[in-house]
Design a protein around this ligand. Sequence first.
Ligand SMILES: Nc1nc2c(c(=O)[nH]1)N[C@H]1C(S)=C(S)[C@@H](COP(=O)(O)O)O[C@H]1N2
Ligand SMILES: [Mo]
Length: 184
Amino acid sequence: MQRIALALTLAVLTLLRGPDMALANGPVVVTVTGQIATTNRGAFDPFNDSLFGALDEKFERAFAFTLQDLAALPQKTVEVGYPNWPGPVTVSGPTLAAVLQAVGAEGSEVLVQAIDGYAPSFKISEVEAGTFVLATSMAGVPLSIGGRGPTWLVFPAGSYEGQTAEDDSGLAWAVFHLKVTSGE
Ligand SMILES: Nc1nc2c(c(=O)[nH]1)N[C@H]1C(S)=C(S)[C@@H](COP(=O)(O)O)O[C@H]1N2
Ligand SMILES: [Mo]
């Protein structure tokens, strides 16, 4: 009787857990590589890490964030506009500084790489002094793959030395990879 009760309990628990337990936390959306103190995954795998491979990015260890992980970091909402945009946008997400802090970034520069290979880099001192949001939503709507998602680096004009009021070129959309380096 006890054995049956135990078996039933396990069966119910398995059903409740369901096959989607692993999906509940969602896919990894941003991976941080390079000079970081805290990691949660191992080296580049040529089969599984195919986009990294295609962009010729190899790493020994990294920290992988799901959207849920990013949402657990301190969030920031900013309104930002550039002259060539249809209008200002309101985006939310963790600050880039908070993401870098969470992984114990030790370098002086961060490369912000998008799915299409676009990869501007920034001085971490400027990232910490300014307002760089690694946005996960716009007007409350999660950013999509095919649009500006999974994450979009958004900052107001004048955020780094020499940035003009018109220049939105560093605002990488479709960001999936941050690489911390010493600059050279
Ligand atoms: N992933 C990605 N982000 C990007 C770019 C890009 O080519 N790929 N272009 C940048 C440049 S040069 C500009 S001016 C702005 C606006 O470009 P868009 O109108 O193509 O978004 O996005 C920036 N972010
Ligand atoms: Mo541009």
